[in-house]
Design a protein around this ligand. Structure first.
Ligand code: PGA
Length: 236
């Protein structure tokens, strides 16, 4: 079963969100794909009410907790609204809200204690890629975020090269394959009950079948292409 994760970011209005959610809800249950989508925070409840079988994720949480923190999104809202997954450390959250591996690690612990499955994003910059230091960089990120003493239930790691997100550029298939193998390998020292390695960054209709055919790639995390019904229909 491959995970197909649609990150709608802040691309869609209510009408567009409703129409894509309805499309996903019309698919019969598949053994091949598990589809998880993230509407804008304001639309989660509407989607849940209208399409209760759709699996949703949150695009972020913060660490301020309940109380006097205007504008914050506490993890308890996810729990209470039965949102089972949450993205952590997405590159846009890292750059817009200054998250780093240490904050991601704290958010990860919050997810674990609240039974929310985290989708942890990691990825190198263009300069790291060009200097062929990708593996070293990703290993440092993994080691910063995970703790050897913690027992993790299900964890999803999304390998998203920063230079690939929203640019139309992707690593070669052989590189995605090699990095996915590598990530499975270096994650062995941690105690994960279930670990999935996804690829994300400029996934589209032209490359998605090749990426999903790679054995160690357990799925894809898709941004802009996932806002198009043609792309979504591919997983019908
Ligand atoms: P993209 O975004 O598919 O638009 O490159 C991927 C992501 O941000 O997760």
């Amino acid at each position: 079963m491959k995970y197909i994760i649609f990150n709608w970011k802040s691309y869609l209005n209510l009408k567009e969100t409703t129409s894509l959610s309805m499309l996903i809800a019309s698919f019969s249950k598949s053994k091949k794909h598990k589809i998880i989508s993230a509407p804008n925070n304001f639309f989660h409840l509407m989607v849940q009410k209208k399409y209760p079988k759709n699996t949703l994720f949150a695009q972020n949480i913060d660490l301020h907790g309940l109380g006097a923190s205007t504008g914050s999104l506490d993890i308890s809202y996810l729990r209470e609204n039965k949102i089972k997954y949450c993205i952590l450390g997405h590159s846009e959250v890292r750059s817009n809200f200054k998250d780093n591996d240490q904050t991601v690690s704290k958010k990860l612990n919050l997810c674990i204690t609240n039974n929310i499955t985290p989708i942890v994003c990691i990825g190198e910059s263009k300069s790291v890629y060009e200097s062929k230091k990708t593996k070293k960089y990703l290993k440092t990120q993994i080691d910063n975020i995970f703790n050897k003493k913690t027992s993790y239930r299900e964890i999803i790691v999304a390998y998203e090269p920063l230079w690939s997100i929203g640019t139309g550029l992707t690593p070669k298939m052989s590189e995605i394959d090699e990095i996915s193998n590598y990530l499975h390998d270096i994650c062995k020292k941690y105690s994960f009950k279930k670990i999935k390695i996804l690829y994300g960054g400029s996934v589209n209709l032209d490359n998605v079948s090749d990426i999903l055919s790679l054995q160690k790639v357990n799925g894809v995390l898709v941004g802009s292409a996932s806002t198009k019904s043609d792309f979504i229909k591919y997983f019908k």
